[in-house]
Design a protein around this ligand. Structure first.
Ligand code: ADP
Length: 261
C-alpha cells in the first residue's frame, strides 16, 4: 500500500514537471517568433525611408533636379525621412533598454504638471493643425521617475489622441495621485478602436490599417513603449474605446514605485 502511494506521488510529480517543461518550451517558441517578427518589421521600417533617401540623393546627383526650388524640395524630403528614421531608432532603443534592463534609468524628482505642460507645448502645433483642443488637469505632485519614461507615456498617449482625432475634436488629460497610485487618463473624441484591435495595439509595430490611421505618420511602437514603461514601474495600462466615438487610455503606476528609496 505504501509503495502504491509513493508511485502515485512520483507519477503526479513527473506529469507536473513535464507540463512545466512544455509550458517553458512554448514560452521560448513564442519569444522566438516575437523576436523574428521584430527584426523583420524593424528592418522593413528602416528600409522604407532609406530607399526614399537613396532615390532623392540619386536624383540630385544625376543633375535632373536642375532648379534650386526642386533641389530644395528633394533636400526637404531627405530631411523628413531622416527625422522619421531617427524617431524610429529612438523608439527601438527605448524599448530595448527597458527590456534588457541593462541601462539603469536616471531617476529624478519630477513635477508631473511641468512635464505634462512641456508635452502639451510640443503637441500644440499638431493639435492646431488638426483643429483639436488640448486640455490638461493635473495634480501638483512630484514623482521619482526617469524623465524620458514620464515623457514617453504622456507624449505617446496624448500624441495618439491628437493624431487619431477629427477636426474640431478634443483631447482631455487628467492626472491624479492618491496614496496608492498615479493615474494618467487620456480621453479623445477621435476615430476610436474596434474591439478586435484593442487587444493588439500594444504589440510592437501593430497599426490599425483602416481609414485614417493608415495615412497618419507613426511607427506602431508608441503604445508598446507606454506598456513597457508602465510595467517597468509595476503598473498597468488599459483602453476603453468605441469606433467613431473616441478612446480613453488609463495608465496607473503604483505610488510605492514613484518614491526615492
Ligand atoms: P503609431 O501611432 O505610431 O502607429 P502606436 O503604437 O502609438 O503607434 O499605436 C498603435 C495603433 O493604435 C495606431 O496605429 C492606431 O491605429 C491605434 N491607436 C492608438 N491610439 C489611438 C487613439 N487614441 N485613437 C484611435 N486609434 C489609436
Amino acid at each position: 500500500h505504501y509503495q502504491y502511494d509513493e508511485l502515485n506521488i512520483i507519477a503526479r510529480t513527473t506529469t507536473d514537471m513535464s507540463k512545466s517543461v512544455q509550458d517553458y518550451i512554448r514560452k521560448l517558441e513564442k519569444e522566438k517568433t516575437i523576436r523574428q517578427e521584430f527584426f523583420s518589421n524593424a528592418s522593413h521600417e528602416l528600409k522604407t525611408p532609406l530607399t526614399a533617401i537613396r532615390g532623392y540623393a540619386e536624383l540630385l546627383q544625376s543633375g535632373m533636379a536642375s532648379d534650386t526650388q526642386m533641389q530644395k524640395e528633394f533636400l526637404g524630403r531627405i530631411h523628413s525621412e531622416v527625422e522619421e528614421m531617427t524617431s524610429l531608432i529612438n523608439d527601438i532603443l527605448m524599448i530595448s533598454r527597458l527590456e534588457t534592463k541593462e541601462l539603469m534609468p536616471t531617476k529624478e524628482m519630477l513635477c508631473v504638471k511641468s512635464v505634462a505642460e512641456e508635452v502639451k507645448k510640443t503637441l500644440k502645433p499638431l493639435a492646431d493643425e488638426n483643429n483639436v483642443s488640448l486640455e490638461i488637469h493635473c495634480c501638483d505632485e512630484f514623482v521619482y521617475m526617469d524623465r524620458s519614461h514620464l515623457q514617453g507615456i504622456l507624449s505617446n498617449l496624448m500624441g495618439n489622441a491628437v493624431k487619431y482625432n477629427r477636426p474640431g475634436g478634443f483631447v482631455q488629460t487628467d492626472i491624479t495621485m492618491d496614496s496608492t497610485s498615479l493615474s494618467i487618463r487620456v480621453e479623445d473624441s477621435g476615430i476610436g478602436i474596434a474591439k478586435e484591435d484593442q487587444k493588439r495595439i500594444f504589440e510592437r509595430f501593430y497599426r490599425v490599417d483602416k481609414g485614417r490611421s493608415k495615412r497618419v505618420a507613426g511607427t506602431g511602437l508608441g503604445l508598446s513603449i507606454v506598456k513597457h514603461v508602465t510595467e517597468f514601474y509595476g503598473g498597468c495600462v488599459s483602453v476603453e474605446s468605441q469606433s467613431g466615438v473616441g478612446s480613453t487610455f488609463l495608465v496607473q503606476l503604483p505610488a510605492a514605485s514613484l518614491v526615492q528609496k
